[in-house]
Design a protein around this ligand. Structure first.
Ligand code: LMR
Length: 340
């Protein structure tokens, strides 16, 4: 007969069969199973979705089935805000929220990634995420009961709306959906738009019904949510970046048997390399598919227009530095190489 042991908070989904002690390493015998619920808000066919599926395959393989990873994509379980609460309560064990969604948790330093034009390219991004600042940001999550496991890439953002967006003035009065980041709020205010926080899963309908006029996102997110079917114009602005922090309920993660956790860490390292190597291709493919659909028209900024966008958006960094933290902004700039 099977018995279920429900532990407090983080260990809620640790399930042991029969008389197997709860934390006994089960790699050799396969008698117990640790279930990891991994919830996320995007489609399976995106950089994050593929990373989660890769982690599942590898973690199950490397632990000989001692770990079972259940991936719940597309906000099936929780929307943006609720998923973080669910993780802290232990209703799910893993997430990979966008870096723009850590502010409401009190980890405002993560909003440094949202500052307009702060990342010149992906190589600079890696220097931050793989370096001292990446580790320091994860340390901040410890006190919130969260373990930072890895940084996953998505890509640079483009703008979309039902009006062509060539000059900053074109944003004037537009209702633009944002993620829950104060930096993104400041960014759209600097453009004269009206930012509106909405969960990712609500964006398509909000665009379709005119609740918002436009948004910013990566091509892979836009395409898999069909935003290009309800937005007439896109601008390849690359003004900002979307990436993820893969996180776990700390009590759960630390409570796994050492040998099981070591195999999960190994699976995470390989899933991270896989996700980060394939993200650009996913975004390139999504751009090609949206262009081929004929439903949305894309626009590249001229050098003069780019200069105008910079003029409008560059002041956002100084404005938001007190919120994000001067030390974090300075360290970030140093690591990306824009300040020596
Ligand atoms: C968004 O809310 O636009 C994105 O952060 C969704 C995601 O997780 O990529």
């Amino acid at each position: 007969m099977k018995k279920r042991f429900l532990l407090k908070a983080g260990a809620a989904s640790l399930v042991a069969a029969g008389t197997t002690p709860l934390f006994a390493p089960s790699l050799a015998f396969g008698q117990g199973q640790i279930v990891i619920k991994f919830s996320h808000v995007v489609a399976p066919d995106t950089p994050k979705g593929k990373g989660a599926d890769k982690f599942k395959a590898l973690a199950e393989q490397y632990t000989n089935g001692a770990v079972k990873v259940e991936v719940y994509p597309n906000s099936q379980l929780y929307k943006d805000k609720e998923e973080v609460e669910a993780l802290q309560l232990g209703a799910v064990q893993m997430l990979a929220p966008s870096l723009a969604k850590f502010g409401p948790l009190g980890a405002r330093e993560f909003e440094v990634f949202d500052l307009p034009y702060i990342l010149p390219d992906k190589a600079a991004l890696r220097r931050v995420t793989d370096g001292a600042l990446g580790a320091k940001l994860f340390k901040k999550l410890d006190t919130k009961g969260i373990a930072g496991l890895a940084y996953w890439d998505n890509g640079f953002k483009i703008m979309s709306a039902n009006r062509p967006l060539h000059e900053p003035a074109d944003f004037h009065g537009l209702k633009m959906r944002i993620q829950s980041s104060k930096v993104l709020e400041a960014q759209f205010k600097a453009l004269g738009a009206l930012p509106q926080v909405l969960p990712f899963s609500d964006v398509y309908q909000a665009m379709q019904t005119g609740v918002v006029d436009g948004s910013e996102n990566t091509p892979s997110n836009m395409y898999t949510q069909k935003h290009h079917e309800v937005q007439k114009f896109g601008t390849l602005s690359n003004h900002g970046y979307i990436g993820y922090a893969v996180i776990a309920n700390k009590k759960f993660w630390d409570g796994m048997p050492d040998d099981v956790r070591a195999q999960c860490v190994r699976a995470m390292q390989e899933a991270t390399a896989f996700a980060n190597d394939s993200a650009q291709q996913d975004n390139d493919d999504a751009m090609a598919a949206m262009r081929a659909s004929g439903k949305i028209e894309f626009f590249e900024l001229t050098p003069e227009q780019k200069a105008d966008w910079h003029k409008a958006l560059d002041p956002v960094t100084a404005e938001m530095t007190p919120r994000v933290g001067k030390e974090t902004v300075d360290e970030f700039k140093k690591e990306v190489g824009s300040v020596t």
